[in-house]
Design a protein around this ligand. Structure first.
Ligand code: CMC
Length: 427
């Protein structure tokens, strides 16, 4: 196989090295293209553009494979817990017991949030979407932890990472408690990472918190499944903001905003709202299938399709089983699940969906579990952000350790050519 690719344009030939990833993916390195030829490439939506070399997450959209640092998502979801996966993603290897204990201990020692932050939260109306609240509070954290911005050693980087992993769940819990009118609280360091998150979210002021293993296990699994997904919209945002050395917290805050949109993380909320709307409209799934296929109708079947997975989304497979288990274990009979199953069956057998390789994605089933766990619909994307945090951090860390250049794409200008200014009275 040639290790060079040749581009020919108007009789001139340009050669570019072809690089191969550890899973045999090939890429043409066009670093010298503009210098040599004066041309750039254009690729709207970056469908064919690799922005970096990364050793964190591998996914094969055709085969439906997803792995973190070489471990399959199926095995991690079954055998690991979220904190272990976070460590694995960020530092590259599964932690031994001592490393894991230290990591958890370091997180616990940072698990308070400055009381002044409550005033910022207070300024939001109760109706504020929690993703906006979370993004703002994450950004505000910079002011209370200024040392996290200018990172010049791995120790400072580690401290910033641990600080964020510690404080972020508190912000998530506060965003939900504000919505529910519950008093703000801090965590309990005697608990596991995920159990503590659950307690911070749900503890009632007048009741003792009771651990529910089924709920904690389901939450753990969901967070693991969302923990990283290579160079998607929000992760690329984190990397590009981080590439200006804006600091970890500001980069993550930007990533939260990117995740918010309904074509990305916001899809889990959109799925549930869609299923509820179908139920309220009499449960006629065929009507909504027809709407999704009608090109004059902007409606899309939320939770279907994926930029990369063109066969099936391996996360959706695991979540589908987990959704059944959780609903069974908690004794919940949810008509929404029946509608979801009906839609799935119809789509899997429908020519429009089959031809375009549109399969249920991770968000199709995650909302159903979140709903069963008592998490309000508007918080679904916040839960996605909570799961994605270690992935964002890992990608940011990888980029900073490699000292990657500032992200700055080019464009093809198609506007007016230079023209004389016209005074306002002459326009
Ligand atoms: N319902 C109906 N038609 C669809 C859908 C859908 N959900 N998704 C794609 N299509 C059609 C689309 O209209 C187009 O048709 P045509 O070729 O006739 O023009 C074709 O399929 C290809 O779609 P695309 O928009 O070019 O594909 P994309 O790779 O740019 O978009 C997507 C991927 C995920 C944004 C899109 O499938 C979508 O909008 N899905 C619904 C939203 C959703 O569930 N998003 C969550 C993604 S998973 C979580 C995450 O990782 O963020």
């Amino acid at each position: 196989m040639s290790d060079k690719a040749t581009l020919e344009y108007k009789g001139d030939k340009y050669e570019f090295p072809v690089i191969e990833g550890s899973e045999n993916e090939l890429a043409i390195n066009i670093k010298t293209l503009r210098g040599a030829s004066g041309m750039i490439t254009i690729d709207p939506g970056y469908k064919n553009t690799g922005s970096c070399e990364s050793a964190i997450t591998f996914l094969d959209g055709e085969k439906g494979i997803l792995s973190y640092r070489g471990y399959s998502i199926e095995e991690l979801a079954e055998k690991a817990d979220f904190l272990e996966v976070a460590y694995l993603l960020i530092f590259g290897e599964l932690p031994n017991k001592e490393q894991l204990d230290k990591f958890h201990q370091d997180i616990k020692s940072e698990s308070h949030v400055d009381e002044e932050m409550k005033k910022i939260l207070d300024g939001f109306p109760k109706s504020a979407h929690p993703m906006g609240v979370l993004s703002s509070l994450t950004s505000a954290l910079v002011a209370f932890n200024p040392e996290s911005v200018d990172i010049s050693s791995e120790k400072e980087m580690y401290d910033a990472i641990v600080t964020l992993l510690a404080k972020f769940p508190v912000l998530v819990a506060w965003a939900m408690r504000k919505k529910k009118g519950l008093p703000l609280d801090y965590g309990d360091d005697s608990l596991g990472y995920v159990e503590n998150i659950h307690k911070m979210m749900f503890k009632k002021p007048n009741q003792e918190y009771k651990k529910n293993k089924i709920v904690i296990d389901a939450l753990d699994k969901l967070l693991i499944l969302h923990a990283d997904h290579e160079q998607n919209c929000s992760t690329s945002t984190v990397r590009i903001v981080g590439s200006s050395h804006a600091g970890l917290f500001a980069s993550i805050s930007a990533g939260i905003s990117a995740l918010w949109g309904p074509l990305h993380g916001g899809a889990n909320q959109a799925v549930l709202e869609m299923l509820e709307a179908i139920e309220a409209d009499g449960g006629d799934t065929k009507k909504y299938m027809a709407k999704a296929k009608d090109k004059s109708d902007p409606f899309r079947l939320m939770g279907f399709g994926h930029r990369v997975y063109k066969n099936f989304d391996p996360r959706a497979k695991i979540i589908k089983v987990a959704a059944d288990e959780v609903l069974n274990d908690l004794g919940i009979d949810d008509p929404i699940l029946e509608i979801a199953k009906g839609l799935e069956q119809e789509a899997l057998n429908d020519e429009y969906f089959v031809k375009r390789k549109l399969y249920p994605n991770v968000d199709f089933y995650s909302g159903i579990i979140y709903r069963a766990l008592g998490i309000p619909t508007e918080m679904f994307t916040v839960m996605f952000a909570l799961g994605r945090l270690p992935g964002w951090i890992a990608q940011w860390r990888e980029m900073r350790l490699k000292n990657e250049p500032i992200g700055r794409p080019r464009q093809v200008y198609v506007g007016e050519n230079l023209r004389p200014f016209v005074a306002v009275e002459k326009r």
